[in-house]
Ligand binder design. Structure first.
Ligand SMILES: Cc1ncc(COP(=O)(O)O)c(C=O)c1O
Length: 358
């Protein structure tokens, strides 16, 4: 792999990857995840050459991008001899579900703080999908009434941790606020290396990558990893949580944070941070027509299920771009998982499905 890195960046790459490989990490991911073509979906897009990296197939707990991120959090938690892990997230949080699954695998207790990010959730949204799985994994739940108060959610999480400490536990907190070191983003620095190895192995060229940009850990880690390894493939973050003018500084700050953890230079420039929020309305977790169309098209043409919150929206942004760009190159979509949430959105999906009954 290092032979393929241009010499100008090799020093930085080796320094960065050297540190990456010695950081506390607990392997949880089935990898490499498949890199596949989507020929049928491509045909519906005027013959575009569409590819997908199946990070929904990371294995543990029904898979998704967060498994890669959790390797570094659990690495640190286990190194600290933690016996309990705490996380905060929306009712249908994939991160919380996968933290609960990882806790089962590593023998830790899991506490989930549930934030009310989506107004007036239906009974299905409250009880099905990810929340059902987290309950199956035996997590303990706490509630936090606000949905857009990251600092407040973290402070409340610390209060729960303090209470656990007073009961003799040794808790480890996965913080939400972006002022904390972006440990999880390292999972996508690792993924960037994996992807470049696959591209080299298949002797192919990828001209553009699209990925969901939520907390920004996946987007920032991938971008940082690619640039550190000398790849200039454009990475387009599709905003799923907040508008691009708010997301841009988060990605920049995550990249600085990654550089700090890895004690290396940050190779990501402002121009590298490309965001698209065309399909974000009406807001986080709320479905729109483009998302519904993307979920249906991908299922019908490739047998691949996307979720309504992250990957359905990211695919809608990706396809929007494919329709409006004139590139004849290979375009790659990173499937970051999230499928369990589809069951919580049954009420939105059912009306747009046609029954083929004979
Ligand atoms: C399925 C899925 N895809 C994408 C994302 C966005 O990833 P990130 O928070 O690293 O930006 C999330 C975040 O929870 C997710 O659950």
């Amino acid at each position: 792999m290092s032979a393929r890195i241009p010499s100008a960046v090799a020093g930085n790459a080796l320094k960065c990857l050297g540190k990456l490989d010695v950081l506390a990490r607990h392997e949880l991911t089935h990898s490499p995840t498949p890199l596949e073509e989507m020929p049928n979906l491509g045909r519906t897009m005027q013959g575009a050459k569409l590819w997908i990296k199946r990070d929904d197939c990371t294995g543990l707990g029904m898979g998704g991008n967060k498994v890669r991120q959790l390797e570094f959090y659990f690495g640190q938690a286990l190194a600290n001899n933690a016996d309990t892990i705490l996380i905060t997230g929306a009712l249908q949080s994939n991160f919380a579900r996968l933290t609960a699954a990882s806790a089962c695998k590593t023998g830790l207790q899991c506490h989930i703080q549930v934030e009310e990010r989506v107004p007036n959730p239906s009974p299905l949204y409250r009880h099905s999908g990810n929340i059902l799985l987290s309950r199956l994994y035996g997590a303990t739940f706490h509630s936090f009434p606000k949905g857009e108060d990251e600092e407040g959610a973290d402070m409340h999480l610390e209060e729960i941790a303090d209470k656990l400490k007073s009961e003799g536990k040794n808790p480890y907190v996965i913080h939400l606020g972006h002022s904390h070191p972006p440990l999880g983003a390292l999972g996508y620095v690792v993924a960037a290396r994996e992807l470049l190895e696959q591209i080299a192995h298949n002797n192919m060229k990828i001209d553009e990558i699209a990925v969901a940009s939520g907390s920004g850990a996946t987007h920032a880690g991938l971008l940082f990893g690619l640039r550190t390894l000398g790849s200039s493939i454009p990475v387009r973050g599709i905003c799923v949580r907040r508008e691009k003018h708010l997301q841009h500084p988060r990605i920049a700050s995550h990249c600085n944070g990654i550089a700090k953890i890895l004690a290396t230079e940050n190779p990501v420039t402002d121009n590298d941070i490309d965001l698209n929020d065309d399909v974000l309305a009406p807001g986080y977790g709320k479905i729109n027509d483009a998302v519904l169309e993307a979920i249906k098209l991908t299922a019908h043409n490739e047998g691949i299920i996307l979720d309504p919150v992250y990957t359905g929206r990211a695919m809608a942004g990706f396809l929007n771009n494919v329709r409006h760009s004139d590139t004849s190159g290979n375009l790659l979509f990173i499937h970051t998982g999230g499928q369990p949430a589809i069951f919580a959105y049954e009420d939105d999906l059912t009306p747009v499905l046609s029954d083929n009954i004979e």
